[in-house]
Write a protein that binds this ligand. Structure first.
Ligand SMILES: NC(=O)c1ccc[n+]([C@@H]2O[C@H](COP(=O)([O-])OP(=O)(O)OC[C@H]3O[C@@H](n4cnc5c(N)ncnc54)[C@H](OP(=O)(O)O)[C@@H]3O)[C@@H](O)[C@H]2O)c1
Length: 231
């Protein structure tokens, strides 16, 4: 891989991916919602000057995909990694469902990645690896759901899984591979400190998967350890 673009790169899994990709000599467009507050990412961009470019991107801003496209231009993107996501606040339990709150989670977690792919399809399709990865969650799996609750987050990741499958079908003729990924339960602000996996374990596993994906894997859902997951 020569160049990738990853969203939600100022902290958590996104930042750890940038660090690892850059250490492998891969050029990264790393996006952050609030540049002034992205201190670790900015330090990484200084450390890897010329290899890490920090770009502003807010998934809630409908103009954001076209702005990114105008900056990236015709640069081939070997990987477009839609990683940014929110868990959402309350109003996600049966008995207290907050419709507008859930629609906002769906907008950020499911529709924003779809619009981003739409804007950058040509960049991916003209690259060597032609990969699109969606940072999903096992919580979006219908087959795995044994506990209910968290309706907003679950619906949004389930919808994101459908996006991953649809993009796989729509872009197959252009040789693009599209997958949904589950990073495992990882120690981040979202995952919490009680999570069993370190960032390094998850990111190493995810990059190993990304390195070996081929067209036969497109439209599938993978755990960080390479195991295929049920939709
Ligand atoms: N950690 C886990 O156990 C786990 C498990 C399954 C799936 N995931 C998924 O992994 C991805 C990364 O999560 P994480 O664990 O690294 O959580 P995190 O530390 O909370 O990071 C979330 C990232 O998403 C960004 N983001 C949130 N809203 C955004 C918006 N409107 N526009 C652009 N960026 C936005 C955040 O930026 P700001 O700092 O600006 O808010 C941050 O960079 C998410 O999609 C999450 O659903 C995580």
């Amino acid at each position: 891989m020569k160049t990738i673009l990853i969203t939600g790169a100022n902290r958590g899994l996104g930042l750890a991916h940038v660090r690892t990709f850059a250490s492998r000599g891969i050029h990264v467009f790393a996006t952050a919602r609030v540049l002034d507050e992205s201190i670790e990412l900015t330090q990484l961009a200084t450390l890897y000057a010329g290899l890490v470019d920090v770009l502003q991107y807010d998934a809630a801003d409908s103009e954001a995909p076209s702005r990114l496209k105008s900056i990236v231009g015709d640069t081939p993107l070997d990987l477009l990694f839609c990683n940014a996501g929110v868990m959402g606040e309350g109003g996600q339990s049966l008995g207290s469902i907050d419709v507008l709150g859930i629609l906002n989670i769906v907008r950020i977690n499911s529709l924003a990645p779809l619009k981003l792919v739409e804007a950058l399809t040509d960049n991916v399709a003209c690259s060597k690896r032609k990969l699109v990865a969606f940072q999903s969650s096992l919580m979006g799996s219908i087959g795995d759901n044994g506990s209910g609750g968290r309706y907003g987050y679950r619906i949004s990741k389930c919808a994101l899984n459908m996006v991953a499958k649809g993009v796989a079908n729509d872009l197959k003729s252009r040789g693009v591979i599209s997958v949904a990924l589950h990073p495992g339960w990882v120690k981040t602000r979202m995952g919490g400190q009680q999570a069993p996996l370190t960032l390094e374990q998850s990111v190493t596993g995810q990059q190993q998967i990304l390195d070996r994906l081929s067209l036969k894997d497109s439209g599938r859902f993978f755990n960080y350890d390479g195991k295929e997951l049920p939709w």
